[in-house]
Design a protein around this ligand. Structure first.
Ligand code: E4P
Length: 218
């Protein structure tokens, strides 16, 4: 499973790259606003650090506007930039036009399997079911991922599934067990993937025992 970093913060993305845990990056307007930097500055920074796909969100609400934005964003780096398009009727018209123009898209704010089916048929490169936000609303987010993977498998769709809105390591675990293509993971969750209290206890004991080894044997 590929891991994308769900962040626009340079320092977080740099650390994830250093840990070998950054196959790509996803951003949204909220994450870019959190950096306190202008959009173009943030994008330039990310392009300097990351070699994989980088999702940048279009904010137009009509298909024509989205397609124009997509062309402008994609021109920043046609190989790496993926344009995030919201799951609306206008959005799917834009996705279709992008696919015809060779621009990769990530359909965002997906909360049902039929939305994911429509996105794949429109020609989306990626689809992002938001599992955490579904969980927040008493609906099992990972069940949606399961359904989407089943549908894409049934019909051999090429669209890759990005498990988005991950809130904790269990979302990442379930994504991997289900065979999702990608999990996009916020930095605070990414670092938790390393943790286990028994690892800490084990390291402490080994270091203490090392001190007991007679100095001639070291
Ligand atoms: C990524 O593509 C999404 O925008 C992001 O995962 C949303 O996460 P949130 O629900 O925690 O805001």
């Amino acid at each position: 499973m590929k891991i994308f970093v769900d962040s626009a913060k340079r320092e977080e993305i740099e650390q994830a790259v250093a840990m070998g845990l950054c196959d790509g990056v996803t951003t949204n307007p909220t994450l870019i606003a959190q950096t306190g930097k202008p959009f173009d500055v943030v994008v330039k920074e990310i392009l300097e650090i990351v070699s994989g796909p980088i999702s940048l969100e279009a904010i137009s609400m009509d298909a024509e506007g989205m397609f124009e934005e997509a062309k402008r964003l994609s021109a920043l780096d046609p190989e790496r930039v993926v344009v995030k398009i919201p799951m609306t009727k206008e959005g799917m018209i834009a996705v279709r036009r992008c696919a015809q123009a060779g621009i990769r898209t990530n359909v965002t704010l997906v909360f049902s399997a039929t939305q994911a089916l429509v996105a794949a048929k429109a020609g989306a490169s990626f689809v992002s079911p938001f599992v955490g936000r579904l969980d927040d609303n008493s609906t099992e987010g990972m069940r949606l991922v399961e359904e989407i993977l089943q549908i894409y498998d049934n019909y051999d769709f090429d669209t890759e599934v990005i498990v988005a809105s991950c809130r904790h390591p269990i979302h990442v675990l379930r994504a991997a067990l289900l065979g999702a293509d990608i999990a996009t993971v916020p930095f605070n969750v990414l670092v938790k993937l390393f943790d286990h209290p028994l690892t800490d206890v084990g390291i402490k004991r080994f270091l203490e025992d090392y001190k007991k080894i007679p100095s001639g044997n070291k």
